[in-house]
Design a protein around this ligand. Structure first.
Ligand code: 9G3
Length: 571
């Protein structure tokens, strides 16, 4: 390909609103351009990378007998009303009406679409297991799109769905997907961790997240510094063993605390450390008030609370709601004398507190010497892990300490069970002639997000650095002086030889100064650059391996073999 024919509008400067490296470089190198907040055009160079990423995904999906297909992006509201998600997914769900005033959505994901298809056409267990997938744009009206392709309102996802007649079929599909994902990310050349993911509202029992460590990552990953335990902070667990403390119960006492609103202030007043105090946070879970109690030295983890309750929506309660329902403000809340209709959840560390202090559910009052059972009924099913793990805590496996790092979620696989097959009526007759709900899994890879993840991990100060497996072209030929016939001859000879070898070649035939050509070559980051300069007359060129920034002089006759070796080492 001649660079003079290529649409690749490089920039000298980068727009100020590009905050992360991948957003800056993909704009600067002329790979992407914004169209609206959270939507981007993929220019030719980015489209070439996307094609290669998608090809690797297809090969690995086909290897595990997944069927590629494609469903509409425009979906009738009825489909999502059947699963109940038409209402539970609020403003992020694009809704619109068609010319007959019928309600439609733009698909953010397709559990319903594929499950309805199976419900309509698959009736016998003999036809299962089946795995289907697509690579298709998804739409989510994100409140704050940012960081270029990392958080957008339209993005390309590979989404796959498995359908089986029994749990064993799901376990096999899940295992196959997990190995296919490791092949995909290994072939792309990304660093990643498979971590305990947040099954969230997907209702699944198991989920695994694939996280690519990167400073621009929005997820916090907690991993053990000695074992392979790693989890999204939303799920991460610190080690705690329940205690059965022997103690003498002190009498309950109510004290005036006109100025003590926070754990720190109460700790000061009582001269008691935070881990001996109870912190009470109020939530609205699917419209009902829930009080969550942890020890004062931990934060309440809302994802753990939401998963425990299997609530579709969970938000912090407003102070007004709390005042109206409990009669006290945030600084005076506690577990004692909560109204009957308020659900109480107690973190296991708080469940082991004795003679502890907490708000009295009266403004400006706290109780001292609270003891569970005497002052507050507490049963095992209200006790769980509702805290956010902290860096440095002992990891849940009892070994090693938690270390935090930022990660980009590049994949997520879920064991869904029967939530969607029940909703859509996807059942098969099993070998005993009984109707059983299909057992499902759903599996996603953020295809367009991978572009940015690769840049975040591989780029250097001079610009993009593409692994050979996904590079827009394999080799970049840069003749230094376009007026020099010798250099033009050697350059086109090399282009022909390398193309014949099956390599994709970009030749910089622009009438630009050498400095501009070299800077642009470093910026767009093709794996191999061949500079054709003064020594062309001796049939000698310079080969640069972009990833290691090493330069090797060699004879034209050696180039084809050594370039193939250099590339295959990376493919
Ligand atoms: C929505 C909106 C946003 C969403 C969802 C639904 C995330 C939603 C989770 C998934 C689960 C899996 C299949 C491929 C792998 C991921 N954001 N999720 O369901 F309506 Cl607006 O997408 N889906």
């Amino acid at each position: 390909m001649k660079q003079s024919k290529l649409l690749m509008p490089t920039l000298r400067e980068v727009p100020a609103d590009a905050e992360v490296k991948s957003h800056q470089l993909l704009l600067k190198a002329g790979f992407i351009r914004p169209v609206s907040a959270g939507t981007f055009s993929y220019l030719p160079m980015a489209k070439r990378v996307l094609n290669k990423i998608e090809q690797i995904i297809r090969e690995e999906m086909d290897r595990i007998d997944a069927n590629e297909m494609l469903v509409p992006e425009i979906l009738p509201a009825e489909l999502w009303q059947k699963s109940g998600r038409y209402t539970t997914y609020g403003p992020n769900l694009y809704k619109f009406k068609n010319r007959q005033d019928r309600d439609f959505i733009l698909g953010p994901t397709h559990e319903e679409t594929f499950t309805q298809l199976m419900a309509d056409d698959i009736k016998s267990y003999k036809k299962l297991p089946l795995v289907v997938y697509q690579i298709q744009p998804k739409f989510r009206d994100e409140n704050r799109p940012r960081f270029g392709l990392l958080r957008t309102r339209e993005f390309i996802m590979k989404d796959a769905y498995s359908f089986s007649a029994d749990q064993a079929g799901l376990d096999t599909a899940f295992r196959n997907m997990e190995s296919a994902y490791t092949n995909v990310f290994d072939r792309i050349g990304l660093n990643y961790r498979a971590i305990v993911g947040d099954a969230g509202a997907m209702g699944g029992s198991d989920s695994k997240e694939f996280s690519a460590p990167a400073a621009a990552g929005e997820d916090i990953i907690a991993y053990s510094d000695t074992t392979d335990y790693a989890a999204n902070l939303e799920m991460a667990k610190d080690f705690y063993e329940r205690q059965k403390p022997t103690f003498s119960a002190e009498p309950l006492e109510k004290i005036d605390t006109p100025n003590e609103k926070t754990i720190e202030e109460l700790s000061q007043l009582l001269d008691v450390p935070a881990e001996k105090l109870a912190k009470t946070i109020m939530f609205m879970a699917d419209g009902e008030l829930v009080a969550v109690v942890t020890t004062g030295d931990f934060e309440v983890n809302d994802v753990k609370v939401q998963n425990f309750l299997q609530a579709d929506t969970l938000e912090l309660a407003e102070e007004g709601q709390v005042k109206a329902l409990i009669g006290a403000s945030f600084g005076s809340l506690g577990p004692v004398k909560l109204p009957e209709n308020v659900r109480l959840l107690v973190d296991e560390r708080a469940a082991d507190l004795v003679n502890f202090a907490a708000g009295a559910n009266e403004d400006g009052k706290h109780y001292l010497n609270i003891n569970w059972q005497r002052d507050v009924q507490l049963t095992e099913e209200n006790i769980g892990d509702f805290r956010t793990a902290r860096e440095g805590d002992v990891a849940v496996d009892g070994h090693g300490h938690l270390v935090f790092t930022k990660g980009i979620e590049i994949g997520h696989i879920f064991k869904l069970g029967t939530r969607y097959s029940k909703a859509m009526g996807a059942q098969v007759l099993d070998e005993n002639g009984r109707q059983v709900d299909m057992i499902m899994g759903s599996y996603g890879i953020g295809v367009s997000r991978l572009l940015s993840a690769i840049v975040e991990q591989k780029a250097d100060d001079d610009g993009l650095v593409w692994p050979a497996s996904v590079a827009p072209f394999d080799v970049h030929i840069v003749p230094v002086n376009t007026k020099d016939d010798e250099q033009a001859r050697v350059a086109s000879q090399l282009e022909e030889l390398l193309t014949k070898q099956g390599l994709e070649v970009l030749i910089d035939d622009r009438k630009e100064r050498a400095g501009v050509k070299f800077a642009d070559a470093d910026l767009i980051g093709l794996p191999i650059r061949i500079t054709v300069g003064k020594k062309a007359s001796e049939d000698v060129v310079e080969v640069k391996v972009r990833a290691s920034n090493t330069n090797i002089e060699m004879r034209v006759s050696e180039v084809v073999d050594s370039v193939s070796v250099l590339l295959n080492g990376d493919k």
